[in-house]
Structure formats: C-alpha cells, structure tokens
Design a protein. Structure first.
Lengths: 256, 261
C-alpha cells in the first residue's frame, strides 16, 4: 500500500508509519559555501526511529553544515531533506523544529536567555504550552541532564560542562523525536565527559551525534557515518568500521 | 556577509586609491568643514561641491549610485534639524495649528542643512570606499588625533564584525527552537517575543563586555601600553603634495562661489 505524506503527520506517529517513513531522510544533498566551495556533495542517508548514529570526520568535513540542514537552518525549501516525511517547505519548518532538537557545538551559541530557566522554557513557551506544562517540562529536562536546582542561575556564569548540559535541556524540554548534537563532549574534562556519556546513554531518544571522541562513538553508537570533504565515505556498523584501520587512517581518524 | 555590510572599501587601484591616506583624510575633513561654513541657500556652491564628489567618485571608479545609496543612511538624523523650519523668524509661508508657522528663512536653512550634510557624508563615504580603514586610522594618528580616540575607532571597527557574528548566532539558536506542533498556536504574544528579543540584546551586551575585558587582558599580556603601533610607512610624494594643494585651492574656490556668486 503506498503511503503518501502530504499533510502534517499525526502528533505521535503510529507504529506502521514508523516502519515506512524514516525519521530523517537525506537524499543527494549538496551545499556550497558563500565563496562557492562545496561543503556537502551527494550526501544521502536515512535514520530510523530509535537509532543512535555517530557522525565522524575531520574538522571542516561538513558535519556541522549537515546538522544545520536537518533543522532547516541551511539549504532552503528545496533541500532534499525530510523529517518524518515532512519536506523543508517554509510552512513545515516550525513543525520540523519541534521534532529535531538541534544543539550547537558552542553552548554560548545555544543559550541566549538570562537564566537557565528562561532558556529551557523558551522552546515549550514558544510552542504555546501553558505555564503548568512549561514548568513540568523544564523541571523534567533539567532533571534528565542532572541540573535540577539551577533554574535561577545565570547561563553565562556556568562551567562549560554545565552549559553543555543546559544546552541539551533546552531541546529536551521540547520533547523532540531526534536529538542532533554537535560535538557534545568537546571542551569537557574527563569527568564532565563521562557524565555526558552517561546522560546520552540514558536518554531513550533517536540521536545523531557528531564527535571526534572515538571512545564515545564506540561505547554509545552502534552505527557510524564517516564524512570527509563533504561526502559520506562510509556508513555502517561502528564495530566494523572501527576495525578498518586503513579506512580510519585515510580520513584522519584514530581507532579508540 | 559582514564585509558587505560594513566595509565600503573597493579595490580599484586608481590614483585616488594610491594617494597617501593623510591627503585623503585631510581633504575630506577640509571639504566637510567647508561645507559646514557655506552660507544658507548657496545653491550654486552646493551643486559645484556635489559635482566635485561625483567627479572624484568617477575618477576612483566607484559607482556614483553606490555613494548616493549609502548616503541615504543619514536621512533619519536630519530629523533633528527639522525644528529650524518652525523656529526661524522670517516671511511666513504657512500657518498651522498650535501656532506652528513655517518661515521662508527656516525652510531655506533646513534645505541647506540637508544638502550640506548629505554632500559631506558622500565625501566621507568616498573616503572609506577608496581607503582601507586601518590606513584611515593610521592617517588620523599621523594627523595628531589623540591615540585613545584612534584606538576606540579601531576596536569598534574590529569588534563590529565579532558582534554581528555573535548576534547572528544567537538569532540562529532562537530560530532553531522556534517550533510548532500540529493544532497548537505557536509564537505566543508579540509582547513575549519582544521580551525575548530584549533579553537577547542584554545577553549581547554582557557578552561584549566580557569579551572586551578578555581582549584587554590579552593585550596587556602582550605588552600593550596605550598606543597601537603599526608598520605601515607612508611617504608623501610630490604628487600627493600637488593633489593636496589643488584640493585646498578647490575648497577655497567653493567658498568663494558660495559667498560671492
């Protein structure tokens, strides 16, 4: 039976929908920087509900650029990206942003409100939830990242590790379908990194996470996509790819 | 994107581009002072001055339209001068409510102020279009503008780009979380969105402040003592002197045209 998603899908897609429509589908995506240099070329992949995928590759490979496409921040209406079957049309973008929780690499970019509470509450408030629900979501999101009690603290006075956690809470409070995290463990000390890994492990969400941290990749992500010079050079089981020393070496990666 | 937003410099390699920046700064300053000194209603002198600006623009291969477009930026500031229309005594042209009257002398003065500021700004735009900003600053320093003022200008120029980047990243983060669910009204009220925007501006301010402290510490760490040093030697050539004298002469002639004709 053909499934044709034209209108907005229901709020909680049924199991049959999940089987047919991947959460994320990218087909032959290309993108050029302003100076005309190619940033992404022929990028295609899909992510199904519940998958945890690592996106690895050297600096400048196009990882962040790709992630910005998943939220409709780059690429425009014509981008060959679909989120739960939704095309990147202008009128779909707010719906897509409710589904894709994008966390920028630098938490200072993510946090734009005076206090932790304001920042975590922004998403649900914008979505139109009432005060009771917003409080519930903020409380729950902060609890998930282990930052309960920090509501009234000023975002820019937190440590890097705390900022990273709050940054993740700002999208958890929106209850997205997929978390897209750009290098969540960069600039963290070992303890902060460990805590963040435990947090990611505990979150029962679909994830696409870019990282240079190959131990994190091996521990948390069964699937791995290697991006280099704007192209996907490998997409498969992490264990298999990490065993391929020649492949890793060719793309500037190190086995953990 | 920011270089188009703020940096007017256009590389064309004409003789105007190659002039010593001191000459260009002096001539621009002299021209602006001369414009300010011209009497009201000296229309011919205004036209000649404008012709000079446009002629220079063409000689520098800068589109006159570019200069005119950029100069429209000052129009809002001219609102400050609008009061002279109503306050200057003279032959009455129009009588409105609340005792408002428009005098002929007031109108002439207002139009003169508009034209003179507008032409002056065009000259300044021409200067920045033909001279790299660091060279302008360097020239100012040579012309005995206090070091502290030049430093302030140079930091403003440098961090304008950083600030714009910062602001656009904050706005991108907001966009990324401006979401909607089917069947729910999103975006809340205009008042709420305005409050968020206000908070973001506050964030930008406190971050700028912190950034400036960091930069200052980094400068101290590298031996900064209140003076920015550059290694950009400028030599006045015979040609530079000739142009400077010629420009001085032209400015005096413009004054003459404004006062005598």
């Amino acid at each position: 039976m053909p499934v044709f998603h034209h209108l907005t899908p229901p709020q909680s897609p049924s199991q049959t929908d999940n089987d047919r429509v991947p959460l994320v589908s990218v087909e032959d995506l290309a993108f050029n920087y302003h100076d005309g240099l190619p940033a992404l070329q022929g990028v295609s992949f899909t992510i199904s509900q519940g998958e945890k995928v690592a996106l690895v590759g050297p600096n400048g490979a196009g990882k962040s650029t790709l992630m910005l496409h998943l939220n409709g921040l780059l690429g425009g209406e014509e981008a060959p990206v679909r989120i739960s079957g939704l095309a990147m049309a202008r009128e779909n973008l707010p719906l897509i942003r409710a589904r894709v929780g994008l966390v920028f690499q630098n938490p200072d970019d993510q946090l734009f409100s005076p206090t932790v509470f304001d920042d975590v509450a922004f998403g649900p408030l914008y979505m139109g939830y009432d005060e009771v629900e917003v409080h519930r979501r903020v409380e729950q999101a902060l609890e998930q990242v282990g930052m309960t009690g920090f509501e009234s603290r000023l975002s820019h006075h937190l440590s890097v590790g705390q900022k990273k956690r709050v940054a993740i809470a700002t999208v958890l409070s929106m209850e997205p379908d997929i978390l897209v995290l750009d290098e969540p463990t960069s600039a963290l000390d070992p303890r902060g990194r460990r805590a963040l890994m435990d947090l990611l492990q505990a979150l029962p969400l679909t994830m696409l996470v870019s990282s240079h941290d190959m131990r994190l990749v091996r521990e948390l992500f069964p699937r791995m996509i290697i991006l280099d010079e704007g192209r996907i050079v490998a997409d498969g089981a992490t264990e298999v790819l990490l065993a391929d020393a020649a492949l890793l070496d060719a793309h500037g990666l190190e086995a953990p | 994107m920011h270089f188009n937003t703020f940096d007017h410099y256009q590389e064309h390699g004409t003789w105007i581009h190659r002039l010593d920046p001191r000459v260009k700064v002096l001539v621009t300053a002299g021209f602006i002072v001369s414009m300010a000194l011209l009497p009201d209603g000296a229309w011919l002198a205004y036209a000649l001055s404008w012709g000079l600006v446009m002629g220079l623009a063409m000689a520098a291969q800068i589109e006159p339209w570019f200069v005119i477009k950029r100069s429209l930026l000052i129009l809002p500031f001219l609102l400050a001068a609008v009061t002279v229309v109503f306050t200057l005594p003279g032959r009455m042209l129009w009588q409105g409510p609340w005792g408002l009257t428009i005098s002929e002398a007031g109108l002439v003065r207002f139009l003169s102020i508009v034209l003179r500021s507008w032409i002056s700004v065009q000259m300044a735009i021409l200067l920045t279009a033909t001279t790299r900003f660091p060279d302008v600053l360097h020239a100012l320093r040579h012309l005995y503008v206090p070091a502290i003022l030049v430093s302030i200008l140079s930091f403003m120029y440098r961090y304008l780009f950083v600030l714009v980047d910062e602001a656009s990243r904050l706005m991108r983060a907001r966009t990324a979380r401006s979401a909607q669910l089917p069947g729910m009204k999103s975006g809340r009220s205009l008042w709420w969105r305005a409050a968020v925007a206000g908070n973001m501006i506050g964030q930008l301010f406190s971050r700028s402040l912190e950034r400036s402290e960091e930069v200052y510490r980094a400068m101290l760490a590298r031996g900064y003592q209140g003076e920015l040093l550059t290694m950009n030697p400028h030599h006045m050539t015979a040609f530079d002197w000739q142009i400077l004298s010629l420009a001085g002469l032209l400015i005096i002639m413009l004054q003459g045209a404004g006062r005598i004709l």
